[in-house]
Design a binder for this molecule. Structure first.
Ligand SMILES: Cc1cc2nc3c(=O)[nH]c(=O)nc-3n(C[C@H](O)[C@H](O)[C@H](O)COP(=O)(O)OP(=O)(O)OC[C@H]3O[C@@H](n4cnc5c(N)ncnc54)[C@H](O)[C@@H]3O)c2cc1C
Length: 519
């Protein structure tokens, strides 16, 4: 057997890491709990890839990203992304991704306007991965553990669709498991994106940084008969946004227009909508849009939804969209655990307290490339994996069934009500108590089937992520970027311009918290 790199997660970051590790000469296993590419958040994306508009604008791009991140970003990551942006976009073009060139972005275009650009993007990258020798894709494999030995990564453990547990040895491992948006009641993520990577990393002894920073997108469908889908910008000027009393929200709060509010004042806009929702639904009214516009992107994306937009408004809400926090890597994409690399949304640092539009997809390509290459070099240069590949009987399951679905709803409500768009001390403390009780109840449930086992593990990760968010949020006594506290409404650079750092004590299901200087 050649030197093996295992990549966990087949979203954009993981697929790119797999390609690059293969190019570097490693044998690659790309493992996903679902399918390759299509079950990921990458497939939901609007396809906007950020970049500086030219060499002379790198400085502006770096300054903008730090300004939006309110100074909590790791500058070195932004510099790398700025320098590598053109290579990243060239790679996408080389695998057949078509797009339009904007001044500070590359926008992926779907051949059919009814297809989300992210789907087109992941399909093209997936084709490229599929064509490679020495990359084996394993779908339906749920990773439960990073196997370590004397402070080295040895491989992964997990189970397949039948529940059969397997250990897969690896000379290096890349975590590319994405964020945790679906922890929240209101979110626009794929339903399984609940922070499994944060859990895996913390179990392996890694710290989690800046977990309080969650970005919300202001306009996501909230009608029960509609998918909780982000209403993609740009917004036609005929669209109106009204509260339950029929007031025009944009005019009421002097927001300019919906585009300006959603792009330039996103966090304030989300907080306003969150406030309005306390007294009833918020409606997005598309009725005055000229009929020919419905064939054009982005309104074309709504064509398949079961809602007559020309006849009645749809309820909308802000929703959890993106996680800025996560694991820390060095310039090679390696974590503090030798042989364990990470890339994509699971990594902290690039975005600081808020994310510049387009920077998540850029991060996936740039840092997926770096992590994949360096994981391969690590694997090729070290003789580490002595673990034997092996299977075990289906994971022990006995009686003790509980209502996992009800618990899922509870976690989502706790996260939304206590760690949502606007937070405060009393709410966070109550949320932490509720989540501790819920984790005890969840721990007592023994799943009966593989499906239940997957759901239970998802809930473990979701509750873990919610606890991490609330613990870090309680400590940060200010508002910054996407992070808003009603009891500390101002940014406080004198005391809080620093990154939070959580370490997990599994035995006591508790975090210890510290703060580190911004690098
Ligand atoms: C609606 C929407 C629109 C967006 N639009 C844009 C945009 O236009 N531009 C931009 O820059 N950003 C955008 N973003 C953000 C961006 O899409 C994501 O941050 C990015 O795609 C994350 O990629 P990733 O590869 O890190 O993770 P993901 O694409 O989420 O992939 C993670 C993969 O890991 C797998 N996985 C997780 N846990 C396990 C486990 N335990 N075992 C095995 N597999 C596991 C999952 O199944 C999944 O396939 C958008 C996000 C959303 C939700």
């Amino acid at each position: 057997m050649g030197k093996r790199v295992v990549v966990i997660g087949a979203g954009l970051a993981g697929m790119i890491a797999a390609c690059m590790a293969q190019r570097e000469g490693a044998e690659v296993l790309l493992v996903d709990r679902g399918s390759i590419g299509l079950g990921s958040n990458s497939a939901m994306a609007n396809g906007v890839v950020g970049r500086p508009s030219g060499k002379q604008d790198e400085k502006k791009y770096i300054a903008d990203t730090i300004e939006i991140g309110r100074g909590l970003n790791r500058r070195s990551m932004i510099e790398i992304a700025a320098a590598e942006a053109e290579n990243a976009i060239s790679f996408l073009r080389s695998v057949g991704v078509n797009g339009t060139e904007g001044t500070n972005m590359y926008s992926v275009k779907s051949p059919d306007p009814e297809i989300i650009p992210g789907v087109t993007l992941v399909k093209k990258v997936r084709e490229a991965v599929g064509a490679l020798e020495n990359v084996r894709c394993i779908t339906g494999f749920y990773v439960t553990e990073i196997v370590t030995d004397r402070d080295h990564t040895r491989g992964i453990r997990g189970f397949d669709k039948t529940g059969k547990e397997t250990e897969i040895p690896a000379d290096a491992v890349v975590i590319a498991t994405g964020g945790a948006g679906a922890v929240y009641l209101k979110n626009d993520n794929q339903k399984d994106i609940v922070g499994q990577g944060y859990r895996l990393a913390a179990q392996a002894g890694l710290a989690l940084w800046d977990m309080e920073f969650v970005q919300y997108f202001p306009l996501v469908f909230a009608d029960p008969h509609l998918p909780s889908m982000l209403v993609f910008p740009p917004y036609h000027k005929a669209i109106k946004l009204t509260n339950n009393s029929g007031e025009d929200i944009v005019a009421k709060y002097g927001l300019g227009d919906i585009n300006e509010a959603a792009v330039k004042k996103r966090d304030a806009f989300s907080a306003i909508l969150f406030g309005e929702l306390q007294s009833g639904p918020v409606w997005m009214d598309f009725r005055d849009i000229p009929s020919e516009m419905w064939k054009k992107h982005p309104l074309s994306l709504l064509a398949k939804l079961k809602h007559d937009f020309s006849a009645r408004p749809a309820a909308v809400s802000p929703a959890a969209h993106f996680f800025m926090g996560g694991v820390r890597t060095d310039e090679k994409g390696e974590t503090d655990l030798p042989g364990l690399f990470a890339c994509g949304e699971v990594v902290f640092g690039f975005h600081g307290a808020n994310r510049r539009g387009g920077n998540a997809l850029l991060e996936c390509v740039v840092f997926g490339t770096i992590a994949g290459r360096n994981a391969a070099q690590y694997a090729l240069g070290n003789d580490v994996s002595s673990m034997k590949e092996g299977g075990a009987a289906p994971t022990g399951m006995s009686a003790g069934r509980g209502d996992l679905r009800a618990l899922r709803q509870e976690i989502r409500e706790i996260a939304w009500n206590h760690a949502g768009v606007v937070r405060n001390e009393a709410g966070l403390k109550e949320g932490l108590e509720k989540i501790a009780g819920l984790r005890r109840r969840l721990g007592a449930i023994l799943p009966q089937t593989t499906k239940e086992l997957r759901l239970k593990l998802d809930l473990d990760s979701a509750a873990f992520a919610a606890q991490a968010i609330m613990t870090a949020s309680l400590a940060r006594k200010e508002s910054r970027g996407s992070f808003l506290r009603s009891d500390f409404p101002y940014e406080d650079n004198a005391n809080w311009k620093k990154n939070s750092c959580l370490r997990y004590d599994a035995e006591n299901r508790a975090f210890t918290l510290s703060f580190g200087d911004v690098e």
